[in-house]
Design a protein around this ligand. Structure first.
Ligand code: PRT
Ligand code: ZN
Length: 286
């Protein structure tokens, strides 16, 4: 099995849906019937393993899985000897320290001598020692946020997304110690064939990601406005400019980046663009 990629993804949880979607968007087809622990792709030399996220870095380190999709928080905390090969842009969250709302918190030195409940003892320990703070780390595996209100610890260090869990447990977020998103990790012992398959997969993932960040745009404008409008639509090489059947008018086709979309649309409109159509792009090969 040296020429097949075994990809471990979370069986059920916050990463599962986006991990499956990404693999499917890369054109890899497989049957993921409910309850399956392993499945084979039908059109790519790959197998998918469905595991608990905490187990994925270990499986990848051991080479049982060649690739894995996990939160950076889990991968870093596991401290396994794996390569992080790509950031995937979903499941964004942060690992933060929270204290009781009524606590008058002035800075990280306030944690000196305190006890902090967490499921992330390694990441927290590293943060505390970098900040020369000595605190007692109280490792618990779940429901961390309840610890201060039941007197188990003075503070917590846990994953935060919207912040509502901290809030509803009477806590406030005071330090962010790690920013996380889903990442692809790889074994350090891939065969040349497996490395080739990984390169193909990464190429597909990047094409999907770039496409998501861009939109196809078509518009009409007076020929006199073409120079001004194309300043905001550089396109992949240059925009396509075609004459319209109406004298003195053109159609411009290009791509527009999601990040500065609204700002540029406004400028294009002010420069004289009309009939602007914006269409999603499925894949983008640069
Ligand atoms: O069963 P298994 O072990 O596979 O899954 P799990 O229960 O350990 O993990 P899961 O599915 O909850 O999370 C998987 C990954 O999603 C995490 O490792 C993070 O990388 C990422 N992620 C993104 C989150 C969150 N957002 C998140 N909000 N993981 C957990 N939370 C929890 C957090 O622990 C806290 O209880 O949500 C609560 C905070 O959310 P807010 O929105 O109230 O701030
Ligand atoms: Zn887990």
């Amino acid at each position: 099995m040296n020429n097949i990629l075994r990809i471990a993804i979370q069986k059920s949880g916050r990463l599962s849906e986006d991990s499956l979607k990404l693999i499917k968007e890369c054109g890899i087809r497989f049957d993921n019937g409910a309850g399956k622990l392993k499945t084979s792709a039908t059109n790519f030399p790959a197998e998918i393993l469905f595991l608990r996220d905490d187990d994925i870095p270990g499986y990848v380190e051991d080479g049982v899985a060649h690739l894995g999709i996990v939160g950076e928080n889990v991968s870093e905390e596991s401290d396994r000897d794996v390569n992080t090969v790509h950031k995937l842009g979903f499941s964004k969250c942060r690992l933060s320290i929270g204290v009781l709302r009524e606590h008058d918190y002035a800075g990280v030195q306030d944690l000196e001598g305190k006890s902090i409940a967490t499921s992330y003892p390694k990441l927290l320990g590293k943060y505390l020692s970098e900040n020369n703070v000595k605190a007692q780390i109280h490792e618990i595996s779940g429901s961390v946020e309840i610890a201060p209100s039941i007197g188990l610890a003075d503070a917590v260090c846990d994953i935060v997304s919207s912040g509502s869990t901290l809030l509803s447990n009477g806590l406030k977020e005071v330090e962010t110690i790690f920013k996380s998103e889903a990442v692809m990790i790889a074994s350090k012992h891939l065969t040349a064939e497996q490395q080739g398959l990984l390169d193909q997969l990464l190429f597909r993932i990047k094409s999907v990601q770039v496409a998501k960040n861009n939109k196809y745009i078509l518009l009409n404008c007076p020929t006199s406005a073409v120079d001004e409008i194309t300043k905001y639509l550089p396109g992949m090489k240059a925009p396509t400019v075609m004459p319209l059947a109406t004298e003195g008018w053109c159609s411009i086709h290009s791509v527009i980046n999601e990040n500065d979309f609204w700002e540029n649309i406004e400028k294009i409109r002010l420069a004289g663009a009309e009939g602007i159509l914006v269409i999603p792009i499925e894949k983008m090969i640069l």
